[in-house]
Design a protein around this ligand. Structure first.
Ligand code: PMV
Length: 365
């Protein structure tokens, strides 16, 4: 059996403002999605007949990595609630990309990739495979998996499942883990890792090295259970800015706060991170993306936390609290009617957990 897992994510700073070019900061969380694969007589997912309509991300990956391959039984497990802004579909896509790649191996030519997905502008492209020649080999199992390739594929399938629009924030954070910053320019004080372009929009993706002080704090995620589609919240902010162009000042202020939050994170100044979260939330509320349910979870968590804010698109979905007392904060949120998850900051990215009996299929014969 081949098995891989990837973490979910939450946004610490910069949601909505990132749509207008400001930096956004996301961290990987302890909650993960795990995908395992075995050869099967017919295509199955979690024991049921596989339906492409119900699993568009897996279907897209199957076309890209498993075209003409034998039937598989796919098992998906995880503790990331779906459709709540915590990156469940990106984590699933990253884990599934890794599992499929591991299960088929990779053609190697002249000590380099003979085939694979790369981020060419304006989209992900596939090169290879080449005609098999003497001296070629097939890399198998864990060694064939590449984190960047999984991030590229996850971004591509997220975009195709969402009508062509998706930033690489989820796919990069769920692949690489840790802390990822997206911006419309290279941020000189961060570790730039790559640029991504999709449908004429470009992003610069950076990783942030975090100090040991993050070990002393937790994130408590409070879920309102209200589903508010991201596209509607983004459209709401767009209407506000169209009607009142002066409100762009608030978007720019979110960018300033996000940069201050990143600086505090890097210094290990957790009080500073919490302060920036609170300020970021006030601006999100002022541009109209909070709601009474989020506000009551936030008020309940505030007394025991360093900082509290909504996370993701808002209008429902989740809030996060940065705290030194996760149990107390979590109980307060639950008393106010939220469901909670507790996570450390910046979990591990993609992990290939088992490559037993791989490759399951050799497409290069
Ligand atoms: O709720 P999520 O994780 O999909 O985050 C949305 C973040 C926004 O900035 C509101 C939208 C976007 O595309 O960046």
């Amino acid at each position: 059996m081949v098995q891989a897992s990837a973490p979910g994510k939450c946004i610490l700073f910069g949601e909505h403002a990132v749509v207008y070019g400001q930096p956004a900061v996301a961290v990987a969380i302890d909650q993960r999605m795990t995908v395992s694969l075995e050869i099967s007589d017919v295509w199955r997912i979690d024991g049921m007949r596989f339906s492409p309509e119900r699993h568009p991300h897996v279907e897209s990956l199957k076309q890209r990595l498993w075209a003409n391959g034998p039937s598989l039984s796919i098992k998906v497990n995880g503790d990331i609630p779906p459709a709540s802004g915590l990156g469940s579909s990106a984590a699933l896509s990253v884990a599934a990309s890794a599992a499929l790649r591991c299960a088929r191996g990779r053609q190697i030519k002249d000590d380099d990739w003979g085939e694979g997905w790369t981020a060419a502008r304006p989209n992900a492209v596939y090169t290879g495979p080449w005609d098999v020649e003497q001296g070629d080999s097939v890399q198998t199992g864990k060694d064939s998996v590449d984190v960047d390739e999984c991030a590229i594929l996850s971004h591509a399938v997220e975009a195709s499942a969402q009508g062509g629009r998706a930033s690489p924030l989820d796919s990069s954070t769920c692949s690489h883990g840790g802390c990822i910053v997206l911006s419309d320019k290279v941020e000189s004080d961060l570790n730039w890792i790559y640029s991504r372009t999709l449908n004429d929009v470009s992003w610069e993706v950076h990783a942030v090295d975090l100090p040991k002080e993050i070990e002393d704090v937790w994130l408590v995620i409070g879920n309102t259970g209200i589903h508010a589609p991201t596209s509607e919240q983004v459209a709401k902010v767009a209407r506000l800015l169209e009607n009142e162009p002066g409100r762009m000042r608030e978007i720019e202020t979110i960018g300033i706060i996000a940069r201050r939050g990143i600086a505090a994170l890097k210094e290990g100044n957790m009080e500073g991170v919490g302060r920036a979260m609170r300020e970021n939330h006030l601006l999100l509320r002022s541009i109209g993306v909070s709601c009474s349910e989020l506000e009551s979870l936030i008020s309940a968590a505030a007394p025991s936390s360093l900082g509290v804010k909504l996370t993701g698109a808002g209008g429902g979905g989740c809030m996060i609290a940065l705290t030194r007392n996760p149990k107390e904060t979590s109980e307060a949120i639950e008393l106010a009617g939220g469901r909670t998850l507790i996570s450390k900051i910046a979990a591990h990215g993609l992990i290939v957990e088992s490559d037993d009996n791989s490759p399951l299929w050799n497409p290069f014969e």
